[in-house]
Ligand binder design. Structure first.
Ligand code: FES
Ligand code: FES
Length: 161
């Protein structure tokens, strides 16, 4: 066991890890941040996606020790300071971009990373960017709409205004 230190959702944290401890295990079991989900453990589904130093990372593919000293953001860090849902989270809720919700934390983190890179993505760019995030429920249509809405360009909402 060694002690790993990092900043998670703006707070300096530390905890014991083994060499084989994955970042997702440290987040969920070490820190109790269970909003980050484990869907496959094999880098397929994207449910475990978090931001590490601002970049999207499937946290089942990274050892906790590799994130030592890094700044990590999880879905729990996406809310506004007053506790209300953040912009991307709110858009997923408003546009029904989720059903069971299992994929949603990873989808939201991935969408937020896309919007940080490209504030006005088109539908094709959204689908391409979210390729690494699997959803068994929604058929993706409302997820794409939610990301469009979060970027201020949902065609249905615009038509209704
Ligand atoms: Fe990490 Fe599926 S649990 S990609
Ligand atoms: Fe169920 Fe995406 S909402 S897996």
């Amino acid at each position: 066991m060694t002690t790993v230190k990092m900043t998670v959702n703006g707070t300096a944290v530390s905890g014991p890890v083994e060499g084989r401890t994955l970042l997702v295990e440290f987040l969920r079991e070490g820190l109790g941040l269970t909003g980050t989900h484990v869907g496959c453990d094999t880098s397929q589904c994207g449910a475990c996606l978090v931001h590490v130093d601002g970049k999207p990372v499937k946290s089942c593919t990274m050892l906790a020790q590799e994130a030592a000293g890094a700044t990590v953001t999880t879905i729990e860090g996406m809310a506004n300071p007053d506790g209300t849902l953040g912009r991307v989270q709110q858009a997923f809720q408003d546009l029904h971009g989720l059903q069971c919700g299992f994929c949603t934390p990873g989808m939201v983190m991935s969408a937020a990373a896309l919007l940080a890179e490209n504030p006005k993505p088109d539908e094709h760019q959204i689908r391409e960017y979210l390729e690494g995030n699997l959803c068994r429920c929604t058929g993706y249509q409302n997820i794409v709409r939610a990301v469009l809405a979060a970027s201020g360009q949902d065609p249905v909402l615009a038509a209704a205004q």
